[in-house]
Design a protein around this ligand. Structure first.
Ligand code: GDP
Length: 473
């Protein structure tokens, strides 16, 4: 490759190495210093670029505003367990399959599209905020609108509140779907009132959040929900440039026995075509086929279209961003670079370089930020309220604690991913983290601090805020 870039014959480069007493064959790897020496020796001028330049211009290409065209909204369904997220996704899928093929068999590929009044809507087909935060943790924002499902017979529950906080942290507008309205004990008004306490103000309460009463099981009012989405999408004026190389995010990926690595991607800008060479996370490949949720092969996929791609060399992770690159060499170079960065990061994490109170404070100080994000989990609501109130009093003009999320119960994986995306520390008051959460925290280097005396907790936060926190107590 070095020979090629210098427009020399590979054999001459190999000969040069031989003269230096080094046996080399094409494909062997040399370091940058050696490459520079060789290039100079062959009479070329060397310009060193930073290693991360291999990725330059890959993502977030600035489009000319004139090239932007409207694109469908991408919707995620969130809410408490058993409130009907899966049922709602299923009934919407069954009722409105794109292009009049109602009843056609759709496969689960991680996302699907429906049509309402000639408008397309893309649904992320993994309910809950796990997928949502996994994506955000990798720097991708796939969702434009969050549907918050609240069962009318159960009202606002802990994961409802979590979902609200996740959506707010991401700056994604919410539409409330008050579900199970068919049940005799359904009380939609109670849901609306309870949502007020969490700063979700629905229209009938004088706010701007749309709410729709639905029954996922009976199929009641699904049209109204889809119309609410279209209305919200119009307000957002979602646009993308379809006429350029594609970029987007991996929604799901797996290794399929027959088909090799299969990844479902959501195209966010540009148009993805078969034959394109893409980089996705640490992996790369040439797109051999594009398949939609009905198993049909497509030639291309434009903005907001979810599509399965075949042809990747390895399996990327959900939430990885992908982009089309010029050629195989560039794809290889980027994926090698990324794999190395990922390894280095893993090593750094092992050393616990992130998320500790001390480090967060010093970061805050250097960045001039004024807020100190915290997630607080406690055994009972009463003690959480006491802690939040005490933290409020600690705030000064320079710095204050911002409670990103609080709730009763053990520390879970979802808390860890929220901590990751909002760069918060986690406080456990009389509660512990479960096994999965501990593993996730270790992996991502998020610090969890445990307390059983409020005074100690407040003292530590106070100390952290003044940059005086003693290491690990
Ligand atoms: P998820 O955990 O939020 O995905 O909830 P599911 O979709 O799995 O639903 C949980 C339970 O509630 C299931 O037994 C569903 O049949 C039931 N369910 C969901 N939607 C409705 C509804 O609109 N009406 C009634 N009566 N039951 C529902």
């Amino acid at each position: 490759e070095l020979a090629q870039r210098m427009a020399e014959r590979a054999v001459d480069v190999v000969k040069y190495f031989m003269k230096q007493g080094q046996m080399m064959k094409p494909g062997d790897v040399i370091d940058a210093d050696t490459a520079e020496l060789v290039a100079v020796e062959f009479g070329h001028t060397v310009k060193r670029v930073s290693e991360s330049d291999v990725e330059e211009g890959l993502f977030d290409i600035q489009d000319n505003p004139d090239d932007l065209k409207p694109r469908p909204p991408v919707v995620t369904i969130m809410g408490h367990v058993d409130h009907g997220k899966t049922s709602l996704l299923d009934s919407i899928r069954k009722a409105n399959v794109v292009s009049g093929e109602a009843g056609g068999i759709t496969q689960h590929i991680g996302a699907y599209q429906v049509e309402q009044d000639g408008q397309t809507i893309t649904f992320i087909d993994t309910p809950g905020h796990a997928a949502f935060t996994a994506m955000r943790a990798r720097g991708a924002q796939a969702t434009d609108i969050a549907i918050l499902v609240v069962a009318a017979d159960d009202s606002v529950m802990p994961q409802t509140i979590e979902s609200i906080n996740h959506a707010k942290a991401a700056g994604v507008p919410i539409i409330v779907a008050i579900n199970k309205i068919d049940k005799p004990e359904a009380n939609a008004q109670k849901v609306r009132t309870e949502l007020l306490q969490h700063e979700v103000f629905v229209e009938s309460m004088g706010g701007e959040v749309q709410d729709v009463e639905v029954s996922a099981i009976k199929g009641t009012n699904l049209d109204a929900l889809l119309e609410a989405i279209i209305l919200q999408a119009e307000i957002l004026e979602l646009k993308a440039n379809p006429d350029r190389t594609a970029e987007g995010v991996v929604v799901e990926a797996k290794l399929d026995k027959g088909r090799g690595s299969v990844a479902t991607v959501l195209v966010q800008a540009g148009t993805l075509k078969t034959g394109d060479i893409i980089v996705a996370g640490n992996e790369w490949g040439r797109v051999r086929a594009l398949v939609n949720e009905r198993g049909q092969q497509l030639k291309e996929a434009g903005p907001s279209t979810p599509v399965e791609i075949l042809g990747l060399q390895g399996t990327p992770q959900a939430g990885d961003r992908f982009a089309v690159v010029e050629n195989e060499a560039q794809a290889r170079e980027i994926s090698e670079y990324r794999q190395r960065v990922a390894r280095e990061k893993a090593v750094a994490r092992q050393a616990g370089q992130r998320g500790s109170l001390e480090q967060m404070m010093s970061q805050l100080q250097t960045s001039g930020l004024k807020e100190f994000p915290l997630i607080i989990k406690g055994d009972v609501q009463g003690s959480i309220e006491a802690i939040v109130a005490a933290l409020d009093k600690l705030g000064t003009d320079e710095v204050r604690a911002r409670v990103v999320h609080s709730g009763a119960g053990a520390i879970t994986e979802s808390d860890i991913s929220l901590a990751e995306t909002s760069e918060a520390a986690i406080i456990g008051f009389n509660v512990r983290a479960n096994k999965q959460a501990r593993d996730a925290a270790e992996q991502s280097g998020i610090e969890i601090r445990y307390y059983n005396i409020i005074y100690d907790l407040i003292d530590d936060i106070k100390a952290a805020m003044s940059g005086l926190l003693s290491p690990e107590r």
